[in-house]
Each structure stands twice: as structure tokens, then as C-alpha cells.
Design a protein around this ligand. Structure first.
Ligand SMILES: Nc1ncnc2c1ncn2[C@@H]1O[C@H](COP(=O)(O)OP(=O)(O)O)[C@@H](O)[C@H]1O
Ligand SMILES: [Mg+2]
Length: 626
């Protein structure tokens, strides 16, 4: 197979350049990375074996044509043997065809191996990231995570295809070419190799310079796309418009684009310089071989055919040499990509099923027993390399947010959580579904410590409606089915009727198949909330948590949503964070949270009579007048 040039084309140069990073070579690989990487190769060992055999065959085929040239000239042309010329020309053609077919087959194998590996790594990383707790996502930059899933996974598979084939085929080509050359003429081989050292030194220097430039180019590109992702999201675009910062945005984007422009021009020139240098040296070596060889051919010390063969072999000497010069860096870079992927796979999901986890009992009670909680620190929750804005105090433990919380909700009862903003109400509810784990004490659902239950079965027990209900960018139908995949159309309409959203959906152009969510049809706050409630009704969990579900709504939609919420709470165990008097007043128990502690609890009338925090809240927040 033709080996191509060391730096690849302008496009290929970027990937290759990046992998030729100096710092990458100096990077120390962790223990066992190589062994672990080989583990990923194991499923493909059959394919890899065939692939290597094919590479060897095509490397051998590559050396054949120049040797045939020799015989065509020496024995055919000079020996006046026309028949031999025809036969050898046909053999040459046959080799060329075999080479072409082989290259296709080889590509099929390398694609199967490479893409198979990407598939395995991708699905594994995706599943693993999904199993990470919320704290991981609150700290991690989505863009960084996505780039691990894309770029690093692709970088990692290169170890198996490009790098593997580059190494094997170039070493074999080089050895075979050298053997052939030496056997033809040791003297001319020496003449050809005289220039090699002169050639290798600039190749290495240029390689690392290009690596540095390419890394800067990639950073610049990443910067630009990060800006675009954020500014082109609906809320980002809105913010820019509302603050009239279009010119500022232009300038800051132009600055990034400009630095990419500058670096890219340098890369183009460096690459061309490298190519020109390489072409020049190959041409000089050819001149050398023809010059020295021609000199000896005149004296009869060398046949014309040998001279031609040597010139042909020469072209197969420089390509492999260039690629092998950079091979070590390529291998190391591929391994580093693997390591970056492993870094994610090695994050232990802090919240996971115990080996002996059991199903939830189905009893719809919730109990907090002396619960203390502080949010996990950055070091515990995520990877510094995924956070972009690195915070100095990653390791510092956070202040406790909840302190000695004890409360219980009997099946079918409603407990209202009230208190000033930041008091810990939302945090409290998050502990029930194990979005976070307690730092001290126990949270029980149906009498069982939530940490002893299977996560899926626990989450099946609980439904949340929050202020900002999220819908996927998909149809209303798909969003509803997400809560209950086997729901019939009738059941969906019932749920929507109960949430008083059916009229609206019926009136939409595509009804149930209207696309909503992030970029779809914009539902108003109240409409989205009611759709979220119908989703909850379809899920029909025995326990519901309503976290200020009506807080952002105007009074008209609030009434509609409140009706829907009342339906959702009927017959269910409910924890309600509300700012609405009627919900709070009718609760079986009101719990007042302030600075992470329960400061008061009881029924509405008792608490009001006490004249404490609740009485104050009643006047200021709940809008009470009596
Ligand atoms: N993801 C988080 N990481 C660290 N601290 C948080 C996080 N979420 C909330 N907090 C802090 O926890 C405290 C309680 O917040 P929260 O439970 O949302 O209060 P409430 O719902 O009563 O307004 C606040 O001081 C808040 O700053
Ligand atoms: Mg809150």
C-alpha cells in the first residue's frame, strides 16, 4: 500500500498535529493503562490479526514493482526479450490490481475495528455518565463532557487503526525496502541514506511546532463553539438582546475568530514548508542515486535496471521514515486519549444501588430521622478538568445546609414546607428520591432507608413537579409517554383532562404530536406546568413532591394549575413547598424551615397563634390578612 506523506493532507494534518504534542510525549501514563487498552482490543483480536496480515501482504507487494522494473530493463529491454517484457508488465498490472483490492479490504477491517471500538467506548461512557449523581452535573460543563465523548473516544480508537497500521506497515516497508536496496547495491543505499539525518531533524522540529500551533487552533475552535452554544440558546440570545450587548458580543467573538485565523495561517505555512522540505530532500536523494548510480552504470559496475529499481525503491524509503519519526508521539497521544476516557469511567457514581438493594415496599410514607446534609465539595462531585472555571476551594467541604431535620409524612397525608428562601426546603425534598444522599441521619420511604432500596424502584414511588418543569424537544405524546411508556391514548387524554390542559392540546395544530420543549412550540409557564402535572398523573406515583409549582404563574394560570395540583395530591402522600395560603392551611402538618433547621411545626391555627416565624411568613409571604 502506498504510505502517503508523513504529515497527511491539510485536513489530516490537524488531527495528527494535535497528537504530536510535546507535552503528550512527556506525559506519564498511569499504571496499567496499556493493559487496560489491550482489554478493549480483545473483542476484536480476530479482526486485528487479519488486518495485520493484510498490512504485511501489502507492504511486501509494495516492494515488488521496483524489482520488476529491473528485470524488465535488464533482461527484457537490454536482453531483447519481448515475451518477458509482456509477462512482467502483466505481473506489474496484476500487483497493482491486487494492491488496490487489498487496500479496500484493509480499510474495511480497520473501519470495523475502529468504529467497533468507538461504539463500545461511547456506549460505556454514556451509560456511566448517566449513572452519575446530580451533583456531578451541577458542576460539570456540558460542552466538556460532550467533547470527551466525541474527540477523546475518537482519539483513543486511533491507537488501533492509524497508529497500529502506521507502525506495522511502515516498519515492514522500511525493512523490506532496505533489504531490497542493499541487495541491489550497498553503495547506492548508503548514498541514499546520507541525507536521512539531515531530513529527520527538521521533521521533528516542525512536528512539535505544528503540534503546538494545532493545539492552539483546537482551543480557539472550542472557545468559539462554546460561545456559540451558549449565545445561540434561547435564553442566551434573549439575554444578549435584552441587555443590548450585540456589539460587545461581536467584538469578543471576532477576537476569538481572529486568533484562530492567525494560527491557521501559520499552520498552513508550516505544513507547506514541511512538505516542500520533504519533497526537496526526496528529490535530492533521487539526484544522488542517479548521479552516483549513473556514474557507476557507465563503468558497467551497475546495470541500468538496478539503477531504475533503486530509484523506485527510494520513493518507498522516505514516506515510512517520516511517519516512523512521529510514531512514538502518535502512540502516546492515543494512550492519553484513552486515559482521559478512563478518567471518566473511573469516577465512582456516589449514588448507586447496593448489591443487596431491595424493591420499595409500596407503603407511601416518608420519614426524616435527624437528617444532616451538606452539598458535596467539587473534589467529591466531579473532575476538575470538566469544570472549565476551576474553583480554588474545590476540596473545601460545604457548610451544612440541613441540620437535625426530623419529620414524618403518613400515607395519604400532606406536609407543607414553608420558610424563607434558602432555608433548605428544596434540598430536603431532593433527599427523598436520592438526588443526593444524607450526610447524617436517615431518610426512609415506606419504612426503609432509601439507601437500601433499588434506585429505579424508589424513583418509581415519587413524582416531582417543580417551578421549571422540563420537557424534552419532542412531541407532547413522547413527553407524556416518558412517564409511562405503556400509556394508551385514552389514558393520556384523561391525565390531560385532570390537569386541565386537554382543551389546549386539542386546539394545537398537530394535537398530541405537536413538538414542545426546548425549541418546540412555546407553551406558557402555566401550560407547561399543567402538562408536567399530567405527566405526573400518568406516572401515578404514591408520593408527590410539589416544589413551588405555582410560584412563577400569573393568578389566572395559578388557579388552573392549583386545580390540577389538587387532583394530583388526592389520595397521595404529599410534600408541598407552597407560597399559597390554601395549600398550606389545609396541610396535615406545616413545617417551618429556617437556616436548615425546623424552627416550628404544627397546624395553621396553632402556628398563627404562636406569633413566631410562621405568623410573620403568613403576613409577608403567604399574603394572609387576619
Ligand atoms: N447544588 C448546590 N450546591 C451547593 N449549595 C447549594 C446547592 N443548591 C442549594 N444550595 C444551598 O443550599 C441552601 C438551601 O437551598 P434550597 O434548599 O434551595 O433552599 P429553599 O428551597 O428553601 O429556597 C442555600 O443556601 C443554597 O445556596
Ligand atoms: Mg427552593
Amino acid at each position: 500500500m502506498a504510505m502517503g506523506m508523513g504529515m497527511g493532507g491539510p485536513g489530516g494534518g490537524m488531527m495528527r498535529g494535535f497528537r504530536k504534542d510535546r507535552s503528550v510525549v512527556e506525559h506519564k501514563l498511569g499504571e496499567g493503562v496499556v493493559r487496560r487498552v489491550l482489554g478493549y482490543a480483545r473483542p476484536f483480536r480476530g479482526l486485528i490479526l487479519v488486518f495485520l496480515v493484510l498490512i504485511v501482504i501489502s507492504a511486501v507487494l509494495g516492494v515488488v514493482p521496483p524489482l520488476l522494473f529491473k528485470d524488465i530493463i535488464d533482461r527484457g529491454v537490454l536482453g531483447q526479450d519481448r515475451q518477458l517484457i509482456v509477462i512482467l508488465a502483466l505481473v506489474l498490472a496484476g500487483v497493482a490490481i491486487a494492491d488496490a483490492v487489498l487496500s479496500l479490504v484493509q480499510r474495511w477491517f480497520s473501519a470495523r475495528i475502529g468504529e467497533g471500538l468507538i461504539y463500545n467506548l461511547r456506549t460505556q461512557v454514556f451509560d456511566h455518565v448517566q449513572s452519575m449523581p446530580v451533583s456531578f452535573f451541577t458542576r460539570t460543563q456540558t460542552g466538556m463532557l460532550v467533547s470527551r465523548l466525541n474527540n477523546d473516544v475518537i482519539g483513543a480508537q486511533q491507537a488501533f487503526t492509524s497508529t497500529l497500521s502506521t507502525a506495522v506497515s511502515n516498519i515492514i516497508s522500511l525493512v523490506l525496502t532496505l533489504i531490497a536496496m542493499i541487495s541491489l547495491s550497498p553503495l547506492l543505499t548508503l548514498a541514499a541514506l546520507v541525507l536521512v539525518p539531515i531530513f529527520l531533524i527538521p521533521a521533528r522540529i516542525m512536528g512539535s511546532k505544528l503540534a503546538d500551533l494545532t493545539r492552539r487552533q483546537m482551543q480557539g475552535n472550542a472557545d468559539m463553539s462554546a460561545t456559540m452554544t451558549e449565545r445561540f440558546s434561547v435564553s442566551g440570545a434573549l439575554l444578549v438582546k435584552l441587555f443590548g450587548r450585540k456589539d460587545y458580543e461581536h467584538d469578543s467573538f471576532a477576537e476569538k475568530a481572529d486568533s484562530v485565523r492567525g494560527v491557521s495561517v501559520s499552520i498552513a505555512m508550516n505544513q507547506r514548508f514541511f512538505m516542500a522540505l520533504m519533497g526537496l530532500l526526496a528529490a535530492l536523494a533521487t539526484a544522488m542515486v542517479y548521479g552516483v548510480g549513473g556514474w557507476f552504470a557507465v563503468g558497467g559496475a551497475l546495470s541500468v535496471g538496478t539503477l531504475t529499481a533503486l530509484a523506485g525503491l527510494l520513493t518507498r524509503l522516505y514516506g515510512p521514515l517520516t511517519q516512523l519519526t512521529n510514531l512514538r508521539v502518535d502512540v502516546m497521544s492515543a494512550l492519553v486519549s484513552f486515559e482521559r476516557v478512563f478518567e471518566i469511567l473511573d469516577l465512582k457514581p456516589a449514588i448507586a444501588d447496593k448489591p443487596d438493594a431491595k424493591e420499595a415496599s409500596g407503603i407511601a410514607s416518608v420519614e426524616f430521622d435527624n437528617v444532616t446534609f451538606s452539598y458535596p465539595s467539587g473534589a467529591d462531585a466531579s473532575l476538575a478538568s470538566l469544570e472549565k472555571i476551576s474553583v480554588g476551594d474545590r476540596a473545601r467541604p460545604n457548610e451544612p445546609v440541613l441540620n437535625g431535620i426530623s419529620l414524618s409524612v403518613e400515607p395519604g397525608h400532606t406536609v407543607a414546607l414553608v420558610g424563607p428562601s434558602g432555608g433548605g426546603k428544596t434540598t430536603t425534598t431532593h433527599l427523598i428520591a436520592r438526588l443526593y444522599d444524607v450526610t447524617g441521619g436517615v431518610v426512609r420511604v415506606g419504612g426503609d432507608d432509601v439507601r437500601d432500596l433499588k434506585l429505579a424502584s424508589l424513583q418509581h414511588q415519587i413524582g416531582y413537579v417543580t417551578q421549571d418543569a422540563h420537557m424534552f424537544h419532542d412531541t407532547i405524546r413522547a413527553n407524556l409517554l416518558y412517564a409511562r411508556p405503556d400509556a394508551t391514548e385514552d389514558q393520556m387524554w384523561q391525565a390531560m383532562a385532570a390537569a386541565q390542559i386537554d382543551e389546549l392540546v386539542r386546539g394545537l395544530p398537530d394535537g398530541l404530536d405537536t413538538v414542545v420543549g426546548e425549541r418546540g412550540y412555546r407553551l406558557s409557564g402555566g401550560e407547561r406546568q399543567r402538562l408536567a402535572i399530567s405527566r405526573l398523573l400518568l406516572k401515578a406515583p404514591p408520593i408527590v413532591v410539589l416544589d413551588e409549582a405555582t410560584a412563577h404563574l400569573d393568578s389566572e394560570s395559578e388557579v388552573a394549575v392549583q386545580h390540577a395540583l389538587d387532583t394530583a395530591m388526592t389520595g397521595r402522600t404529599a410534600l408541598v413547598i407552597a407560597h399559597r395560603l390554601s395549600t398550606v392551611r389545609n396541610a396535615d402538618q406545616i413545617v417551618v424551615l429556617q437556616h436548615g433547621r425546623i424552627v416550628e411545626r404544627g397546624k395553621h391555627a396553632e402556628l398563627l397563634a404562636r406569633g413566631g416565624v410562621y405568623a410573620e411568613l403568613y403576613r409577608t409571604q403567604l399574603g394572609g390578612t387576619d
